[in-house]
Ligand binder design. Structure first.
Ligand SMILES: *Cc1c(COP(=O)(O)O)cnc(C)c1O
Length: 394
């Protein structure tokens, strides 16, 4: 049996998206910037995709800029607004300690340019409040960037309330909504969002394509200089097949949001079952949580060994984010919610999707407790915990 539960890292491209893309490789292949008829047909397909994506977010097509993915959208949003703020003498940015690295590393770079960054504490429940944001605002604050939902521990943040605080203070508000778009209902007007990043491969579209929603009159600088594509803000011939596939996948995901109820039920069975393992703890908020996210820490084991043994049993999961695997540092997200290093190392993230079944859940609930016990039986740390040489944390 094979169970793919790493949908927060990437999803399978849907058949709908693949079918939508195919004609754009060999039939409608002209450059949208070309003036001839095939070029204009390609241009029409490009603008049609833009309008369909805008409709899913509740904005106008002119407010959608195509990018190479979520990372580029985050970079462009944050740099643009920060640099516009600096021109007015405002060099303070508010964000959170558990953002994706596409945000945190961009902020690090801005710090080197002389910006000051306040990273709000996300506490043990893994969220921030609108009040925390309000209290951090200074006269020189030029940007608030807070993620819609966390990719490792699944918490959904109070974006509408944070957006309102920012709008009232007149401060541009960006949200990295890569984990939320296609999984939760989206309305940039209702949530008072000024800039929003999304990525197609997190909602069954192709990888290497994404978009940035930019409210009218928000400043926008280009990361890539060159031709006049995307109204001069993002040079380079458009990846039309991928853009069309993204629009098809987003429409499909938005029409399918009801499936979240079924995914949530599977998620809660997993959470209840894994919670039976002694000295384990759920990471993140149990209620305000992405439909498919299950994140646990198990004391006395190494997440990497757990993943390898699960892989051998056909369970394809992750310890944190794909971006931190391959490094031995524990996840900055788990440290931010207050998990000590030794506990943060024993993490497991299962991210479910509408294709997962009750049989998948049963398989996971059979295998994970066995593997955890097996690893503990070999662990010197676990022996020390048993003999009282070390104290249990969980
Ligand atoms: C995956 C992810 C990104 C990066 O998106 P890419 O399209 O892979 O560049 C950014 N933020 C979050 C929260 C993500 O989950």
């Amino acid at each position: 049996m094979e169970v793919y539960v790493d949908n927060a890292a990437t999803t399978k491209t849907s058949q709908t998206a693949i079918a939508a893309m195919l004609p754009y490789f060999d039939k409608i292949y002209a450059n949208p910037s070309s003036l001839h008829t095939p070029g204009q047909n390609a241009k029409e397909a490009l603008e049609n995709a833009r309008a369909r994506i805008a409709a899913c977010l509740g904005c106008t097509p002119r407010e959608i800029l195509f990018t190479s993915g979520g990372s580029e959208a985050d970079n462009q949003a944050i740099r643009s607004v920060a640099h516009a703020g600096a021109k007015k003498g405002k060099k303070h940015i508010i964000s959170t300690a558990f953002e994706h690295h596409a945000v945190l590393h961009t902020l690090k770079r801005l710090e080197q340019e002389g910006f000051q960054v306040t990273l709000l504490d996300v506490g043990s429940s893994g969220t921030v409040t609108a009040q925390q944001v309000a209290q951090a605002i200074r006269p020189d604050t030029c940007l608030v960037t807070v993620m819609y939902a966390n990719n490792e521990i699944g918490s959904i943040l109070p974006i509408e309330a944070i957006g309102r605080v920012c709008r009232e203070a007149g401060i541009p508000f960006h949200t990295d909504a890569v984990q939320a778009v296609g999984h939760l209902p989206m309305d940039v007007e209702k949530d008072h969002i000024d800039l929003l990043s999304l990525s197609a491969h997190k909602f069954h579209g192709p990888r290497g394509v994404g978009a940035l929603y930019v409210r009218r009159r928000m400043p926008l600088e280009n990361l890539i200089d060159g031709g006049a594509q995307e109204r001069g803000k993002r040079a380079g011939t458009e990846n039309l097949p991928a853009i069309v596939g993204m629009a098809a996948a987003l429409e499909e995901a938005c029409a399918n949001l009801d499936a979240a109820t079924r995914v949530t039920a599977l998620r809660d069975k997993l959470i209840a079952g894994l919670g039976q393992i002694p000295h384990s703890a759920l990471n993140g908020d149990p209620v305000h949580r992405l439909p498919g996210n299950v994140s646990f820490c198990f004391e006395g084991i190494e997440g990497e060994s757990l993943l390898l043994l699960l892989d051998a049993q056909g369970i394809y999961a992750s310890s944190g984010s794909a971006c931190t695997s391959g490094s031995l540092d524990p996840s900055h997200v788990l440290l931010a919610i207050g998990r000590p290093h030794e506990v943060a190392h024993g993490s497991l993230r299962l991210s479910l999707d509408w294709e997962n079944t009750q049989a998948d859940v049963d398989h996971i609930l059979t295998v994970v407790p066995q593997v955890v016990s097996y690893l503990r039986s070999m662990s010197p740390v676990w022996r020390d915990l048993q003999t009282g040489k070390r104290n249990f944390i969980l």
